[in-house]
Design a protein around this ligand. Structure first.
Ligand code: ATP
Length: 436
């Protein structure tokens, strides 16, 4: 059963080295996190799984890695300088700040319970502002991007000209974004520094509605294919009053988090808004000339925008399980093999000199193909528990018989079943079992 309490996963992640509070030795830095030895692997696997599905397996999408720092002109054109705001209220009683649109009850302070104690809402811009260069003057103002999307729009022509793609085609990007959130919360679900995975898919305007439906279905399925239970996911279409002014349709892929349904990803039909805005503000024509029809048009954009760090939280919650094996309670992360930090753990039964050379040799055989852990500490039972808890799908145990029969045991994380396989077939046996 997936985790019902965020604390279960937060504690496991701290204890096992997935996620640490940032600057912890200085008392921490509010709602900022560092990804530890296992977290960096899991997060990378989430991003790689997205890239594989969105770029590698498609002939109509190319990648991009645009700068995080950008000049005000970009954000003027995109509308972020004016509109990228959240309504901020202060409680006059306890002086806590809140984001009004995220409160369950907009009249009651969630901290002190005071009624009608909020100040008038102020629009607070979420962009981080800084200065490029040594002088802090207006001409040097720069912004940290609050989304990766704009880099795809400002490079539309560069990509069009260098790749010879034509609509329908997409530009994909994975990278850091920054938002000065009023109330970062729920661990890595909402932070001020986070990672996004975004696709801008440029299409002939008449095909936009159809591609929007396509991407909604496709993106929901991505989470299912990576092991999230279908019943913990839903697609929620935005109501008319929720839609951004430029959107002709937006749906969120939502996960049933311990605090209720919440957004994993948004899929929007952004019309020709972005390219038109950038064309107007830059004076550069951003459109496509179709030689087949002799027509020039501004493509519409369908955008699936996901959070990598937020998805990682959801994958951890969904994979978390507690069960009993041989009368003993265990915690197990049933992560999809593609996402699991380590695919295989090599475990010599004992630390004795006799076993070490063979175990190390097996590690060297497996490591070029699969991310492997090597562990020769503690009892074998405790080492299995540890690998279960960090989601390693397979453990390869080297015992004293291995020296004679040239075979090892493969143990499966989910069933805990063990099979003996000849060492010369180990790589194939492991590959067949991981099968991703
Ligand atoms: P919200 O309304 O919850 O602030 P949003 O709808 O503005 O979010 P988008 O701009 O659509 O979010 O961002 C796309 C995706 O980026 C989100 O679905 C989420 O996965 C991720 N994301 C956005 N803000 C954050 C954040 N502060 N921390 C972590 N992930 C985020």
């Amino acid at each position: 059963m997936p985790a019902t309490d965020l604390v279960q996963v937060v504690n496991l992640c701290k204890r096992r080295g997935f996620v640490f509070p940032s600057a912890e030795i200085y008392g921490g830095f509010r709602s900022t996190y560092d990804y530890g030895p296992l977290g960096v692997l899991l997060l990378r696997n989430v991003k790689d799984a997205w890239w594989r599905s969105m770029v590698q397996l498609r002939d109509d999408v190319v990648g991009l890695d645009a700068a995080v720092l950008s000049p005000p002109a970009v954000w003027e054109a995109s509308g972020h300088l004016k509109n990228f705001t959240d309504p901020l209220v202060d409680c006059r009683n306890c002086h806590q700040r809140w984001r009004l649109d995220k409160l369950d009850d907009p009249r009651t302070c969630p901290n002190c319970g005071a009624k009608d104690s909020f100040t008038e809402a102020r629009q607070f811009n979420l962009m981080f502002k800084t200065y490029a260069g040594p002088v802090e003057e207006d001409a040097a103002i720069a912004y940290l991007r609050p989304e990766t999307a704009q880099g795809m729009f400002t490079n539309f022509l560069n990509v069009l000209q260098t790749t010879r793609k034509k609509p329908p085609f997409g530009i994909a990007q994975v990278g850091k974004s920054f938002r000065n959130e009023i109330t970062p919360q729920n661990w890595i679900f909402r932070t001020r520094e986070f990672e996004q995975m975004e696709l801008e898919f440029f299409v002939p305007p008449a095909e936009a509605a159809q591609w929007y439906e396509y991407w909604c279905a496709e993106r929901l399925q991505w989470y299912v294919d990576l092991g999230m239970p279908r019943e913990m996911l839903r697609l929620r279409a935005h109501d008319a009053d929720e839609l951004s002014h430029y959107s002709a349709g937006t749906s969120d892929v939502e996960y049933l988090f311990p605090w209720g349904w919440d957004e994993l990803e948004g899929i929007a039909n952004r019309t020709d808004y972005d390219l038109t805005q950038h064309a107007q503000h830059s004076g550069v024509r951003l459109d496509y000339f179709d030689p087949a029809t002799n027509e020039r048009y501004v493509p519409y954009v369908v955008e699936p925008a996901a959070g990598a760090t937020r998805a990682m939280a959801a994958f951890l919650l969904a994979a978390y399980d507690e069960d009993t094996v041989d009368g003993e309670a265990r915690t197990v992360l049933r992560l999809h093999p593609r996402l699991a930090p380590y695919k295989v753990a090599v475990l010599p039964l004992s630390k004795k000199e006799t076993l070490t050379p063979l175990a190390k040799e097996l590690f060297r055989t497996l490591a070029p193909r699969f991310m492997c852990d090597y562990d020769d500490t503690q009892s074998i039972g405790r080492r299995y528990r540890r690998q279960d808890e960090i989601g390693t799908p397979l453990a390869v145990t080297v015992d004293f018989e291995s020296l004679d029969d040239k075979a090892v045991t493969i143990r499966d994380r989910d069933s805990t079943k063990q099979v003996r396989v000849p060492i010369d077939r180990l790589v194939d046996e492991v590959a067949a079992r991981l099968a991703f």
